[in-house]
Structure formats: C-alpha cells, structure tokens
Design a protein around this ligand. Structure first.
Ligand code: FCB
Length: 460
C-alpha cells in the first residue's frame, strides 16, 4: 500500500489545515460577543508584543466565505477551526446568543457546500472573561460544568451537521502557562498563583472539563459522532535509535513537561506514578470519581506537534538524560521551534506504545512553523524554509503510517498568518500571507507545495 520512497499516503488520509477563533475572527464586539480572557490580557500593557490584540485579527468573521474559497483552491477536504465560547454564551453560563451560533452555522454550511468536513474544537483558550471575573475560571471546579453546558448548547444546535468534535486544545497552555507561581505568565488570564499545587489544580479542572465535555457532546449529538482531545505532549526523541536510547526516550516521556499529569490521566485514567512522585505535595486534589470522568472513551486523539526533546540512555537512577540542542542546531522563527522532524513519528509511537493505546486513532491536529516571510518585488513569498520544515515532518508522519501506526490525518498550522498569542502579528505561521492593513491574502510558495502534496496524496 504505502511505498517508502514515494511517501505515498493512504487514499483515505485526511489532509487539512487548522485555525482558531481568537487568532483569526476579529469582530470582537460584533453580534453580541463579550470579551474573552485574551481580549483582557492583550490589552494589558506589556503582555503582547507591540500591544497587538485579536480585536480585528484576520477579520475572518466577515470574510469566511473568501477564506473557504482558499481552502477549495488548496484542495483540502478537512478543516479544523474553533468556536469562541464568549460569542456563543457571552456571560460564560446561561443565555445562549443565537446570533453567535448563526455565524458558526453559516460557516459550517459553507464548508459542507464546498465538500469540506468541519472538525470543530470547542475550546481554544478564549474563555469568557465573565467567568474569570466570577470565580477565576480554571482555578475553580465550576469551570468544568460550565464548559459541559456550553458543549451541550453548541452540539444541540450544530450536531445535525457537525460530526467531528474536539474538546480542549492544549491544556498546558491555558492552565500552566496562564497561571504561574511568582512570575508573570505568558498566556491569559495571566494570573500569578501562590503554589505549584494551585497550578496543577487548574489543569486538573481542565481534565474534568474534558471528561464532562465528552459526556455532554455524546448526550447532545443527534447522530454518531467522533469526540477527541487535542494535546501537545512534550515529545521525547531518542538521540540515536539504539534500543537503549529508545527505552530512555520512553521512560522520559512519563514526566517530560506535563505529560504525566495531562495526557496520561486522559488516556489511561491515572496520573503517571513518576509524575506524582515528582510532584509530591504539589499534586492536585483529586476527588473520588474524578479519574473516571477524565478517562472517557475517545474516538481519536489530536496531537499538536512542532518540536521534540532529545533523550539518551544514562547511567543514573532514572536511566535517561535530556540532551540539549547543539550550538548549530537549526531553529525556525520562534525561540522554542527547534527543527526535530522525528517528533511527529515519536509522538505517535509514544501514544501507541509508551501509553499502550495502539487502539486509538491519531490525528496531527497542528504542525507548521513561523518563518520570516518577505514579499518579493513581484509580491510573491518564497518560503523555502517552511517547505523544508513541512516536508521533513510529513515524511516522519509517513514513516509512522508505513510502520502500521494509526495516523489518520494531518492539519497544517495554519491556513493563514494570524494573531500568534503573546507574539501578536509578529510571527507568521500561515501558508497564506496576510497583509493586516488590507486583509489581502496571498498564497506563499508553501501553499502551492502543500496543494501539490494533496493532489498527489504524497510528500512532494
Ligand atoms: C499552538 C497553538 C496554536 C498556535 C501554534 C503556533 O500551541 O495551539 O494556536 O499558536 O501553537
């Protein structure tokens, strides 16, 4: 089926692209939408580069039809986007704003009319400011039940036309990176808390939200549907693929970044023992029944994968050592974006083998890079660096499929340049260049390259 040299993907492989609401929609005060924590955070001095906010962003709210026309030109049949909770339930709980719902219904209908399957993320960081004000959002358990009610409201209204749902995007980024001990967190709501335990409590509440959200989606959906979580595990990559380094990378996966306290409980129903040992008294309070709620059956797992951490075997009690990046190691246009293409293959293999979940279908729900895109005099963007990055990562995805791992799709981040959180509009991840003054979209070379991959169903 899959011949190694041509990097041919299976015919039913889902080729897609991804975006998220706050990063592209704009129209922050249109149609009854109320502020999210990112509106508040980005208006605080010094939090976002150049004082940028998502108030206008790509103005996708008003331009979604022409943006979908770009998806058609690209040839993708799958598109991942997110719904803004404060557009749909502006106060966070209670009254549903039907005008906000109508926007997403129109968006979905336009995708379907163009033969594109919507993959809907219910939460991509833009929680209602009202809930932050009311009870500190993820610091409270109440957030989990409010999230589930929001899921019910959305699925009740869109479940006749959407069958692919994703609960939360990257738990670590809106919990551990939104609440930190003793320093200013880089992400909204940007609150300092007073103990490491309090930070871990926020991610525990997010896990509960995921669990209750899964139950709410299944209960509200009028038809069989797929429910997934989207996670960004810290991917450990063996420095060499010797059996010893592979074993080391597998051991290190249990505690790398927050893996043991996020992806482990979601997929196995337990925090990893190594993680709990490391946390000691900083472990979150876990009530009886929580782990059952968190450990919901999933139809797929979405993986957002950009880079990896090299690991080697070591003669120490834990049996591994993290290897720093060499002086000359290539990096894309973000401080953390080291070029480690094998991260795709290893992320997949860790879920299937290290977490013993070979049954779980996997999607790469984000992969891509920021580059210092410049327009030529003729108005073209020759992003050879992005093409190189994407090519290497897709080859790594192909390797996983060739070895029999259950990778079903790939969503390139991102369809277009957008509001890159704390970096504002300074970092461009799109395969469509966006001129933020005119909102003119221009396909980069990587757009044409990806279109050709999709057309041929392989890495070109
Ligand atoms: C991921 C986010 C996404 C985007 C990329 C570059 O962490 O999910 O919104 O910002 O990084």
């Amino acid at each position: 089926m899959v011949s190694d040299r041509s990097y041919q993907f299976p015919p039913d492989f889902c080729w897609g692209t991804a975006t998220s609401a706050y990063q592209i929609e704009g129209a922050a005060q249109v149609g009854g939408r109320q502020p999210s924590v990112w509106d508040t955070f980005s208006q605080l001095p010094g939090r976002v580069l150049n004082g940028d906010t998502g108030a206008i962003a790509d103005d996708h709210y008003h331009r979604y039809q022409s943006d979908i026309a770009w998806l058609v030109k690209l040839g993708v049949k799958h598109y991942r986007f997110s719904i803004a909770w404060p557009r749909v339930i502006p106060a966070g709980r209670g009254q549903v704003n039907e005008t906000g719902m109508d926007f997403y219904r129109d968006l979905v209908d336009c995708l379907l009319a163009n033969g594109i399957t919507p993959h809907v993320t219910l939460f991509h960081w833009d929680s209602p400011q009202a809930l932050e004000t009311k009870y500190g959002s993820w610091r409270s358990r109440e957030m989990a039940s409010d999230f589930a009610d929001y899921c019910t409201a959305v699925v009740h209204r869109l479940g006749d036309r959407v069958t692919h749902w994703m609960t939360l995007n990257e738990i670590v980024c809106f919990t551990h990176m939104g609440y930190e001990v003793g320093k200013t967190p880089p992400h909204a709501p940007g609150t300092r808390v007073w103990s490491r335990k309090a930070v871990w409590q926020t991610s525990h509440h997010a896990l509960l939200a995921h669990g209750l959200g899964c139950q709410a989606i299944r209960a509200a959906s009028p038809q069989p549907c797929s429910v997934a979580l989207v996670d960004n595990p810290g991917v450990t990559v063996p420095l060499t693929e010797s059996p010893a380094d592979i074993a080391a990378a597998q051991a290190a996966f249990h505690t790398n970044w927050v893996n043991g306290g996020v992806i482990f409980p979601a997929l196995t129903g337990q925090y990893s023992e190594a993680q709990l040992r490391q946390l000691g008294r900083d472990a979150p309070d876990i009530r009886s029944g929580d782990l059952e709620i968190i450990h919901q059956p999933l139809d797929a797992l979405g993986l957002n994968i950009y880079t990896g951490t090299y690991v080697r075997a070591a003669d120490n009690p834990q049996g591994f050592a993290i290897v720093g990046y060499a002086q000359g190691h290539p990096r894309l246009h973000m401080p953390w974006l080291w070029l480690v293409p094998d991260c795709i293959y290893w992320s997949i293999r860790h879920i299937s083998d290290t977490l013993h979940r070979p049954d779980l279908p996997l999607l790469i729900t984000e992969n891509g890079c920021a580059a210092q895109d410049e327009k030529t005099a003729a108005g073209e963007i020759w992003d050879s660096d992005r093409i190189l990055y994407l090519q290497q990562h897709l080859k790594s995805a192909h390797r996983a499929i060739a070895e029999g791992y259950p990778l079903k799709g790939y969503f390139l981040w991102s369809l277009m340049d957008n509001f890159e959180w704390a970096w504002g509009y300074d970092r461009r991840f799109g395969i469509l260049y966006n001129d933020f003054r005119t909102q003119e979209r221009t396909p980069k070379a990587s757009f044409h390259w990806y279109a050709e991959c999709i057309r041929q169903g392989r890495v070109v």
